[in-house]
Design a protein around this ligand. Structure first.
Ligand code: PMV
Length: 325
């Protein structure tokens, strides 16, 4: 049996480019891994359980093996990811998991899934095992379930495999051949926290009240995703930007935009973005703008006037990966 050693892995955040909300009712959606990453170190520790330390939160929690049934804590999903990885290996020993993440938590960027994926990957490696990506994604999904109830599976999939994926509920994922060379994604925070469950509920209530009005919109949103997938693979960024604008209009129509999000969306377009839309559940949270390298500075600066957090990122073709210690 191989001795345990300290290891470090990282996994990317995600952004939904097209199809949020409509995906809940069976339409396709597109999500991309981005160049913000969660880093996790797993090392042997003198404890009969799992120590979880977050550098970002300045928080240390201990999850003792003997109390497994009664675990609770802010970082429970991380402990579950490490524990489930150990269970899958059939080995259990005291470890310390240290998290150091560039991904803003609670932003819809899949921070918790990226941490769970990196934790699982690093745990396998710490025990000298080459991680199987399918198993890494599955374990991260299990960890997410404990905390989020009914995750769609998009976040752990993107964090594991990276790149751009098309997704349809009940059907799974297909990778798209999209590089997005020469363009960047600019993300800006509305500064308003969002509540995904609440927004999903509101949208479904609207759809159920006016099905004859909303169903054609859902159909159009699905067609939009098919068109966007084609344009993405062709590298037709002009069309992609225009389709992002149309998608934003659909999201406004179903009531998930806000004045703050609209201001950001229009500010990005006025500063020269190819397109912009709210991303994720809405009601708050972030917008995403597609920008050429030439316009990046202008768009970022214009958004900084309104937004407390602006990130300029690239699509990350790499999913979870080894990192030097
Ligand atoms: O902001 P997020 O990552 O929570 O996005 C939610 C996306 C929805 O389509 C609104 C819900 C879902 O589960 O797909």
């Amino acid at each position: 049996m191989k001795l345990m050693q300290a290891t470090r892995s990282s996994a990317p955040a995600k952004v939904i480019l097209f199809g949020e909300h409509f995906v809940v009712e069976g339409q396709p959606a597109i999500a991309a891994a981005i160049s913000l990453r969660a880093h996790v170190t797993v090392e042997p520790a003198d404890t009969d359980g799992i120590l979880v330390y977050s550098k970002n939160l300045g928080l240390l929690e201990e999850y003792r093996f003997a109390e497994r049934g009664a675990w609770s804590g802010k970082m429970l999903s991380i402990a579950i990811a490490a524990y489930t990885a150990m269970e899958s290996l059939g080995r259990k020993s005291g470890v310390k998991v240290t998290v150091d993440s560039e991904i803003p938590p609670g932003s819809g960027m899949g921070s918790s899934a990226a941490v769970a994926v990196a934790t699982t990957h690093a745990t396998f490696r710490a025990f000298g095992e080459e991680p199987d990506l399918k198993e890494v994604s599955r374990i991260a999904f299990e960890a997410e379930k404990v905390v989020h109830g009914k995750p769609s599976g998009i976040d752990n999939t993107v964090a594991t495999y990276g790149g751009v994926i098309a997704y349809r509920k009940g059907e799974g994922f297909i990778p798209l051949k999209a590089e997005l060379n020469g363009v960047r994604l600019v993300l800006a925070d509305s500064g308003v926290p969002r509540n995904t469950g609440e927004m999903v509920k509101r949208v479904l209530e609207l759809k159920n009240t006016y099905p004859s009005v909303l169903e054609p919109l859902y159909h159009a949103a699905g067609r939009l995703v098919v068109e966007a997938a084609r344009r993405l693979e062709e590298g037709d960024y002009e069309s992609l930007g225009r389709l992002m604008n149309v998608n934003h209009g659909f999201l406004s129509a179903i009531g998930v935009s806000t004045l703050e999000l609209e201001k950001l969306v229009y500010t990005a377009r006025r500063a020269g973005a190819l397109g912009s839309k709210l991303t994720g559940a809405g009601g708050g949270g972030f917008i995403v703008a597609l920008v050429t390298a030439e316009k990046e500075k202008e768009v970022v600066e214009a958004l900084r006037q309104l937004s407390p957090r602006v990130f300029s990122v690239e699509i990350s073709s790499e999913g979870v990966r080894k990192e030097p210690l």
